[in-house]
Design a protein around this ligand. Structure first.
Ligand code: PMP
Ligand code: GLU
Length: 388
């Protein structure tokens, strides 16, 4: 439309959100849809968290708070970083936003100037590229492949740096592939970033969902130099099944935090006061609450992988998050056609890899019950029989 800004016209819709919404709508129309599209845990938000929100409402904690979040929540975040990630931040290095997506968006608004290049390893989470474009930046997509489990390494990072490169977006555990970076891999990447004065935007939203006793390592904790160049983004959505509450946070250099606080001052103001109290309760929970959900995800992952093996589907084994990135090359379909025919003909929703920058794959989420997983993969076998 001619009257719209160039900036807003450059943005593509979010396939993850639109396909999930389409699957929900089909269900409302009484179609028996299996959704492997979901980008959110299917568990209910734990009761202790809900109670904290009810208490906040009853006690009248329903007014504006500081734009960058309440002190108690920032203190809990500060403690979380210290205990979980061995990262020390002052309170004024932390800003709370409306979900990790909002933290990323505001951080990019603060960081990226017109024409700045931002390295985005592909496959990437859908919103990174659109956010960079929205800021007037240029996404520099670095393709990775199956042979390196789709992970970025120092050499390919080095090759993609130009005079205009400002930052790298790193996502571990990854959406959509599910890989996690090991310490030596992070050291390799950190070294290149330090040498080339790049900033790192480290999206760690899936940190609590790592399987087989794996441990999350934040790139910011590798050494002091990379700590200074890294902005760590995290939130409560995935770990505590709180996607609808909209609380995310970012920690890093104080100057960027000040800029983001000003952006929030003039756009959203504070994240919802009630949700902030709920997030405070979430961060104060005993780790056993998250463990129960993580164990269930691990068991569903294992179940889905066994069924995918039986169906002859190749995939990258996820170490974290709740997605399996499946190779559809032998079907002869591109990912959009695969996902849309799978939904129309077999009523199973999945996300085409093209949304993540790789057309040879589709993403299946295992954030759904084992019964649904079984039903969906049975339909997948029928679908593959038609195609191959
Ligand atoms: N980063 C990644 C990789 C995600 O998958 C998501 C999920 N939407 C987000 C950030 C944003 O999370 P939130 O719901 O807290 O905005
Ligand atoms: N992050 C989730 C996904 O990738 C939720 C959807 C979204 O926020 O884009 O499906």
């Amino acid at each position: 439309m001619a009257y719209l800004s160039k900036r807003s016209q450059q943005i593509n819709p979010s396939s993850t959100l639109s396909i999930t919404a389409r699957a929900k709508k089909m269900r409302q129309e009484h179609i028996d849809v299996v959704s492997f599209a979901a980008g959110e845990p299917d568990f209910d938000t734990p009761d202790q968290i809900k109670q904290a929100a009810i208490d906040a409402i009853k006690s009248g904690f329903t007014k504006y708070t500081p734009s960058s979040g309440i002190f108690e929540l920032k203190s809990a975040i500060q403690k979380k970083f210290r205990l979980d990630n061995n990262l020390n931040y002052d309170i004024d290095q932390i800003v709370v936003s409306n979900g990790a997506k909002h933290s990323l968006f505001n951080l990019m608004q603060a960081l990226i100037a017109e024409g700045d290049e931002v390295i985005v390893p592909s496959p990437y989470w859908v919103s990174y590229v659109e956010m960079v474009k929205f800021c007037g930046g240029v996404p520099a997509i670095v393709k990775t492949n199956k042979s390196c489990s789709f992970k970025l390494d120092g050499d390919s990072l080095k090759k993609s740096i130009t005079k205009k490169t400002k930052a790298l977006i790193l996502n571990s555990p990854s959406n959509p592939v599910g890989y996690t970076y090991a310490r030596n891999e992070l050291e390799d990447i950190a070294e290149v970033c330090i040498k080339n004065k790049l900033f790192v935007i480290s999206d760690e939203i899936y940190e609590k969902l790592i399987y087989e006793n794996g441990r999350h390592i934040s790139i910011a904790s590798i050494n002091d130099d990379i700590y200074k160049r890294t902005f760590v983004v995290n939130g409560v959505s995935k770990a505590y099944s709180m996607t609808g509450w909209r609380i995310g946070y970012m920690a890093g250099d104080k100057t960027a935090v000040e800029a983001i606080s000003k952006i929030q001052d003039h756009s959203t103001s504070n994240p919802c006061s009630i949700s902030q109290k709920a997030a405070l309760a979430a961060l104060s929970l005993d780790s056993s609450v998250v463990d129960v959900m993580r164990k269930e995800f691990e068991s569903r992952r294992d179940y889905m992988l066994v069924l995918l093996d039986e169906a002859g589907m190749e995939y990258i084994k996820p170490q974290g998050a709740f997605y399996v990135f499946c190779d559809i090359s032998k079907t002869g379909l591109n990912s959009f056609d695969f996902s849309s025919r799978f939904l129309t003909e077999k009523h199973v929703a999945s996300i085409p890899g093209s949304a993540f920058g790789d057309d040879g794959y589709v993403r299946f989420s295992f954030a759904t019950s084992k019964e649904q997983i079984e039903k969906g993969i049975k339909r997948l076998r029928e679908f593959l029989d038609l195609l191959i």
